[in-house]
Design a protein around this ligand. Structure first.
Ligand SMILES: Nc1ncnc2c1ncn2[C@@H]1O[C@H](COP(=O)(O)O)[C@@H](O)[C@H]1OP(=O)(O)O
Ligand SMILES: [Mg+2]
Ligand SMILES: [Mg+2]
Ligand SMILES: [Mg+2]
Length: 342
């Protein structure tokens, strides 16, 4: 069951987490730049994509990768900031790679992520740091790697360096031992494991239906994006009220939200469109979508359709995300549709 792909993906994400830990809360002003869509990208995003793509290419020489970042902005060495970024990326990536790579080799590795994806065959998708805003702000973030075959996610690995291990404090409050690795293989369950050593026994995960009474959502816990620009918090509040949910929402950056649903710490994840022109990217959801499915939850878009990963780099056939335990999903979706189209 994809034993080699699983082992290589875990090794790549563990190395990536070590890069993130070196930079997290130690970002320098010139470690971050802003892309044409005004979204941030840091030396860690680039270094992680270089590391993961290098590890994948060593194991699978003709590997195809749909990665969020590319090296176009890193080639004009006349720019002082570009020279700084190249130097930091090279130092960070080589601090975790087995064999030292030149800057040019690392930029070429970053650019291995330019595959366009599609409905046939096998490719990986990587968000080197999902929730870069959270990473820069000191919140949650995740390294997200998935293997897609004929448009269906078969393997997902989420590295969450700042998420508390099970039950040791809330993801929001910064207490307790931190750092977990989630892994799921289609048909073989969802697991959480320690991220530093692979020896510790993995914990099998199960999403929560939160109460046996299927009609009662009073004690349900809902998670959503920290960033109000990324998910419609107002409509989500109306949906919570219509379901009778009492608790305030847990707001977290990144695909960590899939992890807390998979391990039963949240019951519902809603991601409601804020802009008509925004299309979700496959790297923002592939790994987490399999994790929650293998933990017993159901994931659809806001129209109740399965996520479609076979249309290239974007989830162009889907709008919004609705995740809940498979026995609760229909009732949650009904409440979503009533508020979105009511
Ligand atoms: N308008 C938007 N709607 C949904 N997601 C968005 C929007 N703008 C950015 N994002 C993406 O949200 C992701 C983080 O999710 P979360 O808010 O749950 O932490 C980022 O990958 C970011 O993509 P990008 O990095 O391209 O800006
Ligand atoms: Mg980004
Ligand atoms: Mg992302
Ligand atoms: Mg990203």
């Amino acid at each position: 069951m994809l034993a080699k792909e699983r082992a290589v993906a875990l090794e790549a994400v563990q190395k990536a987490m070590r890069v993130c830990r070196q930079v997290y809360c130690h970002l320098r002003a010139d470690d971050t730049e802003y892309k044409s869509d005004a979204s941030p990208v840091t030396v860690a995003d680039y270094a992680v994509q270089a590391v993961v793509n290098t590890v994948l290419a060593e194991a699978f020489p003709d590997v195809r990768i749909v990665g969020e970042e590319d090296a176009r902005g890193l080639r004009d060495t006349q720019q002082p900031q570009v020279a700084h970024l190249r130097e930091r990326i090279t130092t960070l990536a080589n601090s975790v790679l087995e064999s030292t790579q030149t800057t040019e080799q690392l930029l070429a590795a970053i650019d291995r992520g330019r595959y366009e994806g599609g409905a046939r065959g096998q490719h990986w998708t990587l968000d080197p740091i999902d929730g870069t805003k959270g990473f820069v702000r000191g919140g949650q973030y995740a390294v997200c790697l998935a293997l897609i075959e004929d448009g269906q996610v078969q393997l997902g690995v989420l590295g969450c360096p700042n998420l508390p291990s099970m039950g040791s404090g809330s993801p929001e409050d910064g207490m307790g031992e931190r750092g977990v690795l989630f892994v799921a293989v289609r048909g073989h369950g969802a697991y959480q494991r320690a991220w530093k050593s692979t020896s510790e026994h993995p914990i099998k995960l199960a999403a929560s239906s939160h109460t046996s009474d299927m009609a009662d959502f009073t004690d349900a816990r809902l998670c959503e994006s920290w960033e109000a620009a990324h998910s419609d918090h107002g409509t989500a509040a109306r949906i919570r009220a219509s379901l009778g949910i009492k608790a305030r929402p847990v707001r977290l950056d990144s695909q960590c939200k899939y992890g807390v649903v998979a391990r039963g710490e949240a019951d519902i994840y809603l991601r409601l469109p804020t802009r008509a022109d925004y299309v979700e990217k496959i790297w923002d959801h592939a790994a987490g979508s399999l994790l929650v499915e293998e933990a017993g939850a159901r994931i659809t878009d806001a129209d109740g359709r399965p996520l479609q990963f076979g249309h290239g780099r974007y989830l162009s056939m889907n709008r919004g995300i609705v995740v809940a335990h498979r026995d609760r999903h229909a009732a949650v979706l009904e409440a979503v549709q009533a508020q979105m189209h009511g």
